[in-house]
Design a protein around this ligand. Sequence first.
Ligand SMILES: [Zn+2]
Length: 340
Amino acid sequence: MLSTDPTNAMTSDCLRAIDAIPKADLHLHQEAERCLDRIFSRRDGRPPYDWSAWRRQIIETVPAGQERLRLIGTVKPVPLADDDDDLFVARFAELLEFEAEAGAHYVEVRGDGRTIRKARFMELFRQAEQRAQEKYPQLRAEAIAIIMTTLPADEVAAIADECVRARGDGLAGVDFLYQPYLTDADWTPIHRLAERFAEVGLGVTAHAGEMSTANIAAAAQTPGLTRIGHGIHAASEPGLIDLLIDRGITLECALTCNAFLGATPSLEEHPLPQLIEAGVSVALATDNPIQVGTTIGREYLVAASLGLTIRQLHDIARNAIQASFTTPDRRAELLARLGP
Ligand SMILES: [Zn+2]
């Protein structure tokens, strides 16, 4: 973790300039139970689950890397109540408002197969977006489906069918999660599915290269794929850097999450500046902001603390919007907000 406040030693001009950047978060899991906990805690007049205590305990007792990664999403402070449409809308609105409050103009939320197969999913997601827009009119949001290829084959097929169908309702893209994640997996089934998704215009991204260089090359060769979730270990292999640049792939970098899980030895040693220096397109993201204790606004401050200039932070916001899976109209609208 970052040992000090990222805003230390930043001038007020610098903070203002970072605050003014219209930010986009391209890698955000739905944080379902965490959002419900925030809603219920307000309703019941109790404090929400103490994630900072949870993080301290993990840092003290769990070795960095794979073992911490496995703990993401295991604590569920309240039960999921997805059969209740009002709560379903409320928890997505909660997440979108959390993001918008921190300066997000654009957010892509990832839901698992069960979430996106809920009846009228996109309609309910749009209701949540509208609710968040009442408070934060600048916000635009899209939904992405996570395809977990480790699920039973018939379930993967049903989720894939639903993604293709939901493209017509406005589902923006898909994200692949698979096993093994830390060593090279067989990407043949993923490539086959991705071809089908790309054909109907769904954006394609995949988790890869978070803890090691494993799976980055196979991910980069996935049909229709334009982004990789993490991919930061490409920095250690010039061949992978070239591949990412050749293919025009944008990396979704989640600095705080990477540091918390131990994907890099420390935040100060995060390869973000090297990736930018090498010419790789990068975007900033939060991944699981409530659990790891960050916001998209804070990620920009952390990036600045790693030595990035305001110009580079602007470029990152532009990369994110350009690599987003939203509609051409929305993309143009968001790019216009960035200015020259
Ligand atoms: Zn992720």
